[in-house]
Ligand binder design. Structure first.
Ligand code: FE2
Length: 292
């Protein structure tokens, strides 16, 4: 039984890739300290706020919530695999339809093709250091599939319940790996990531897919409950990178602190794996997936 998560310094990605790979295979999650500099994080943060400034919130009232899948009926969500789209917090609007907080503090996330469409996020995502991280956890042929800025704003940022990312980004064989960068320091108080190490060897519980007639559905594959008693928090300093298997269950609590908790996530898949047409995320044909 594991009671802590494996932690490495960024230099180890190149010098000790085999050790990182072994820890990743055993735990399904590794933490890479100081992967990005404070300057890089500040640049990503500034760019995210520029994108939010340009976003017309009144034209988009899409509320994204992992607690209800109501959002999934929304074409805006289904088309965001090839776009830079904005999703609001569940509690963004009051009963009178007015924003409770500022625009930037009302946004849950931005996604899902920032890594190809935005110059600042693209440069970071396709960097040689990100490629080194991908190779360290065993990718021979990574394709950059999905990117998100997760805002988790102070006071209003909601809980993300326990899930596995392969539920949402399925390939055959499964190949999804998540790369989660702490743009702000993440602690238990502002809703850091929490993982169940070793449980990537357990079954994939659910799969989220497009229905033939339109819309989406969540299908159960296994009734095994997540062994949440083994869940471990992964507090992260600004610039730390958490890498985790698409099978590793994880969650994050609501941010009820006064501090922001911005993160940038990138999900990669293997080019050799089959990517089903029923995955929710589909890219326009004019936007094929890219590697490094
Ligand atoms: Fe996730």
């Amino acid at each position: 039984m594991m009671n802590e998560l494996p932690v490495f310094q960024a230099q180890a990605l190149a010098s000790s890739a085999a050790v990182i790979r072994a820890a990743f295979d055993q735990s399904g999650v590794v933490i890479i300290k100081e992967f990005a500099s404070a300057e890089e994080c500040a640049a990503l943060k500034q760019r995210a706020f520029e994108l939010i400034d340009e976003f017309d919130i009144d034209a988009h009232r899409t509320v994204f919530s992992t607690k209800s899948q109501a959002h999934s009926e929304d074409d805006y969500f289904l088309n965001s695999g090839g776009a830079i789209s904005f999703f609001l917090e569940e509690e963004a609007y009051d009963d009178n339809g007015r924003l409770r907080r500022s625009k930037s503090e009302s946004i849950n996330k931005i996604g899902h093709a920032m890594h190809d469409l935005d110059p600042v996020f693209s440069a970071f995502s396709h960097s040689t250091s990100m490629e080194t991280a991908a190779r360290a956890v065993g990718f021979d042929d990574p394709l950059l599939l999905q990117s998100m800025v997760i805002m988790k704003p102070p006071g209003i940022g909601g809980e993300v319940t326990c899930h596995q990312d392969s539920t949402f980004l399925y390939t055959d064989p499964e190949s999804c790996i998540g790369f989660w960068l702490a743009v702000d320091e993440a602690t238990l108080e502002n809703g850091c990531m929490e993982f169940i190490p070793g449980e990537h060897r357990g079954p994939l519980r659910r799969v989220f897919r497009r229905k033939p007639g339109g819309g989406t559905e969540m299908a159960d594959l296994s009734a095994d409950p997540y062994p949440e008693a083994r869940r471990i928090a992964a507090p992260a300093g600004t610039g730390d990178l958490v890498i985790f298997s698409g099978r590793t269950p994880h969650m994050s609590r609501a941010n009820r602190s006064a501090r922001p908790r911005m993160a940038y996530t990138l999900h990669m898949i293997s080019a050799a794996a089959h990517y089903p047409k029923w995955n929710w995320l589909q890219r326009p044909t004019a936007m094929p997936l890219k590697g490094f």
